[in-house]
Design a protein around this ligand. Structure first.
Ligand code: NAD
Ligand code: IPM
Ligand code: MN
Length: 354
């Protein structure tokens, strides 16, 4: 099995290095994996002049699974849009048809006090956000900045979903709900936006194949509020690209830190790209203080979804739990009475716990 590793930018290389240590430890136990590495985002622009160069594209298409750190950085923000790191990430998602983004927000009991919400609000939290990843306003055409009839400049994007795009993410979400508590909440803004009213209509139709799953609907503004009011009311949430982007960052704080939220971006055959839900954190890059656990937990998702290596996936997750139970914390989840460790020390501790 071939894994392509894309360290990316900012803290990307630091957190990916920790996941690679975990992979190496699993390898020595006989997991037959072949690793390759390529640049994506700003690192790829620096080396090849493009954020998703052919070199990376070829390896990405050949790989069975991809592990990504994060992309982006202030030094790239003034580049022409097609050259920016974020475009590289959007391009690889689209190129590989990774339309299903799974973002599980699980609170490890040891981190109940790390959340900014009261422990009783978040304890036992286990929700799954299913975010559509290759459609919506992210990709809709037309887009850009133009001069309008009054001679003024205006910016515009197009929120757009085809029926088949909604159906396929609907099936992913219903199937995920079936393996959990059989509750699915579809998040929309059907009271204002035609695209998402259509989304709701299709979800209701897909639901007919899943009579054992309870489907509910919520407007996105209310969903954002309910996530911090009473997050445990949710089991699986399904939503479009932009709402899912925002709600998953919000949900990450329920788990203590955005440094704890892994993700899997899957195509129809479970070929996947796995990455933490957070970005390249330029404010802390190069300091060896980032939390690598979201990346390590993304590796566990890789083992589970792309390689059906459930046992190895659970070993990694147990190791993360054990390290937290020992009281080791990176700065983002630190609290009095625990031991603050660096990014690399956290990686070493997970390997030791394996
Ligand atoms: P960010 O997620 O990078 O950072 C937000 C805040 O969370 C920062 O204070 C950061 O220090 C902190 N943080 C993030 N990950 C952390 C970790 N593992 N450990 C500890 N703290 C962590 O979001 P941003 O600042 O809005 O974006 C920075 C850059 O990252 C931008 O260029 C953006 O486009 C890019 N980005 C990339 C991805 C991705 O590659 N998937 C995701 C989001 C943002
Ligand atoms: C994410 C990121 C990306 C997104 C950006 C960097 C393109 O925020 O993976 O959540 O918006 O999808
Ligand atoms: Mn995001």
């Amino acid at each position: 099995m071939k894994i392509l590793v894309l360290p990316g930018d900012g803290i990307g290389p630091e957190i990916v290095a920790q996941a690679k240590k975990v992979l190496a430890a699993l390898q020595s136990d006989g997991l037959g994996l072949e690793l390759e590495e390529a640049p994506l985002g700003g690192a790829a622009y620096d080396q090849y002049g493009a954020p998703y160069p052919e070199f990376t594209q070829k390896l990405a298409r050949e790989a069975d699974a991809i592990l990504l750190g994060a992309v982006g950085g202030p030094q790239y923000d003034k580049l022409d849009r097609p050259l920016r790191p974020e475009r590289g990430l959007l391009a690889i998602r689209k190129d590989l048809n990774l339309f299903a983004n799974l973002r599980p927000a699980i609170l490890y009991p040891e981190l109940a006090n790390a959340s900014t919400l009261k422990p009783e609000v978040v304890s036992g939290l286990d929700i799954l956000i299913v975010r559509e990843l290759t459609g919506d306003i992210y990709f809709g055409q037309p887009r850009g900045v133009r001069i309008n009839e009054a001679g003024e400049r205006e910016g515009f994007n197009t929120m757009l979903y085809s029926e088949s795009e909604i159906r396929r993410i609907g099936h992913v979400a219903f199937q995920a709900a079936r393996k959990r508590n059989r509750k699915l909440c579809s998040v929309d803004k059907a009271n204002v936006l035609e695209t998402t009213e259509f989304w709701k209509e299709i979800m209701i139709d897909v639901a007919r194949d899943y009579p054992d799953v309870e489907l509910s609907h919520m407007y996105v503004d209310n969903a954002a509020m309910q996530l911090v009011r009473n997050p445990k009311q949710f089991d699986v949430m399904v939503t479009g690209n932009i709402f899912g982007d925002i709600l998953s960052d919000e949900a990450s704080m329920l788990t203590g830190s955005i440094g704890m939220l892994p993700s899997a971006s899957l195509d129809a055959d479970n070929k996947g790209l796995y990455e933490p839900s957070h970005g390249s954190a330029p404010d802390i890059a190069g300091k060896d203080i980032a939390n690598p656990l979201a990346t390590i937990l993304s590796l566990a998702m890789l083992l589970r979804y792309s390689f059906s290596a459930e046992e190895a996936a659970q070993r990694v997750e147990r190791a993360v739990k054990a390290v937290l139970a020992k009281g080791l914390r990176t700065a983002d989840i630190y609290e009095a009475g625990t031991e603050k460790v660096s990014c690399s020390a956290m990686g070493d501790a997970v390997v030791a716990a394996l």
